[in-house]
Design a protein around this ligand. Structure first.
Ligand code: SF4
Length: 204
């Protein structure tokens, strides 16, 4: 089990803007910008292709992610893998991250101050990777980009959003955990991923 970060609380005061994901993630691994550092096993920075055309953004690490340091490896991750397969998209060709990088205790919802403290890490990943499309999975990821956005109204449709100096194309979708809670939604969810595969040129 990785040791707790030796950094003092509130580190780093400013999120750095390095040239590479490796440098960014090395800094993120030491992050103590919010209280979640006290209960995590390790930071889960995100994983995948550093030159991805597609970034998928979820909520926060769960127990498996906290243990392994990799996003979306539990039950939600397995469902996401199945959806990506339906889209004709290889997990290795995309980048997957969360809006919060340290596991909230008991998988509770992230608090506003935790979301604010962590937001800059995602902004830097998007700056470095410069994806063609961002898929948000669930309410917290959507509201990182569209603060008043309602997932029930916006999901399944692509939206252009201003994000710092960039215009991003955003496709809000439900979080896979919502499908696990309500399996009746799975067919429609899979169809949205098939459409995503078409948008990315991975499906006819
Ligand atoms: S959740 Fe984000 S801001 Fe909070 S300690 Fe973890 S990496 Fe840092």
């Amino acid at each position: 089990m990785p040791a707790k970060s030796p950094a003092p609380p509130g580190f780093p005061a400013e999120i750095p803007s390095p040239a590479t994901l490796e440098e960014l993630h090395a800094a993120m691994l030491e992050c103590t910008r919010c209280d979640l550092y006290q209960s995590r096993t390790q930071v889960v920075p995100g994983a995948g292709n550093p030159e991805a055309d597609l970034i998928l953004v979820g909520e926060a690490p769960g127990a498996y992610e906290d243990k392994l340091g990799v996003p979306f490896v539990g039950a939600s991750g397995k469902l996401l893998d199945a959806m990506l397969t339906a889209a004709g998209i290889d997990r290795d060709e995309v980048f997957i991250a969360n809006v919060v990088r340290s596991r909230p205790p008991g998988n509770r919802a992230p608090k506003p101050r935790e979301l604010r403290a962590c937001a800059g890490w995602l902004a830097e990943q998007i700056r470095i990777i410069a994806p063609r499309l961002v898929v948000t999975l669930g309410r917290f990821a959507l509201q990182h980009f569209i603060p008043a956005g309602k997932i029930t109204q916006l999901q399944g449709t692509a939206h252009e959003v201003q994000y710092g100096p960039r215009t991003l194309t955003l496709l809000p979708l439900l979080h896979p955990s919502a499908i696990l809670r309500n399996p009746d939604l799975r067919g429609g969810y899979e169809q949205q991923f098939v459409e995503l595969g078409r948008m990315m040129g991975n499906r006819d």
